[in-house]
Design a protein around this ligand. Structure first.
Ligand code: SAH
Length: 232
């Protein structure tokens, strides 16, 4: 039977989903609270991982080991890396990579973790298509883009750093967890998708834009996740 693990880095990214689910049990592990139950008629485990790649990877592994989830969805907010992708729009991952990994000295392309065997971790096509079609139904005024999501342990709010990331990785948006969730899901052979709503433009305007838009952006992404659950 399918069981969907839903990860948000921050409480505001999962609070709406948690408030609507029927909770059957709560398990605390690695200082994270995993809530298992049903949402929109679907078995789910919803959790706030905490911010950054280590928290997100740990969380993903626990979802696989303790809860045996069959699919993983990461919902949240991100900084846009494309002019046409505006605050409030949605990016659905085609794949995800680490923009802060650099082992070029031993011949690996920038971003590739040695000996894992791939630079970018591919999202599952069915989940990607469901997320895009759900967005059209739930948020008809919001554009949904499909593209690469890049992650690192940095909040990007500097035009030069943003340009370096765009040039090297061709990402659509940048955040701090997606690639590590993708990486852990890949190692566990669990299909995943990352869904992010844009909270800022990942440049000097981000420091002021992010706090204003994070809540509404997080809600867009969560509404989409709720809608797609029974269709998986
Ligand atoms: N407000 C939080 C910190 C948020 S860090 C606090 O004070 O504790 C930013 C979060 O939003 C991360 O989870 C990251 O995934 C995402 N994010 C949004 N915009 C981003 C950007 N420009 N660069 C990196 N991560 C971003």
């Amino acid at each position: 039977m399918k069981k969907i693990g839903i990860i948000g880095a921050m409480e505001l990214e999962v609070e709406a989903l948690k408030s609507k689910m029927t909770i059957e049990r709560t398990v605390e592990k690695a200082s994270m609270e995993f809530q298992e139950g049903t949402l929109n008629g679907t078995a789910v485990v919803i959790v706030r991982s905490g911010i950054g790649k280590v928290n997100a990877a740990l969380c993903t592994q626990i979802l696989c080991d303790v809860f045996a989830v069959t699919h993983i969805i990461n919902t949240g907010v991100a900084g846009s890396l494309k002019n046409e992708i505006d605050i409030g729009d949605i990016v659905v991952s085609t794949d995800a990579l680490h923009h802060d990994v650099d082992v070029r000295v031993f011949g690996y392309p920038l971003g590739e973790v040695p000996q894992v065997g791939c630079l970018a971790f591919p999202a599952e096509e069915h989940l990607v298509q469901l997320a895009v079609s759900s967005c059209k139904e739930v948020n008809p005024d919001i554009r949904a883009y499909q593209g690469r999501i890049v992650s690192g342990d940095q909040f990007i709010s500097d035009k030069k750093v943003k340009e370096h990331i765009i040039e090297n990785f061709q990402g659509f948006c940048v955040e701090m967890e997606g690639a590590s969730i993708a990486h852990a899901a890949y190692l566990n052979h669990v299909p995943f998708v990352v869904i992010r709503a844009i909270s800022d433009k990942a440049d000097e305007s981000a420091e002021t834009a992010y706090p204003v838009f994070e809540k509404a952006a997080a809600a867009h992404s969560a509404a989409l996740v709720e809608h797609m659950l029974p269709l998986i």
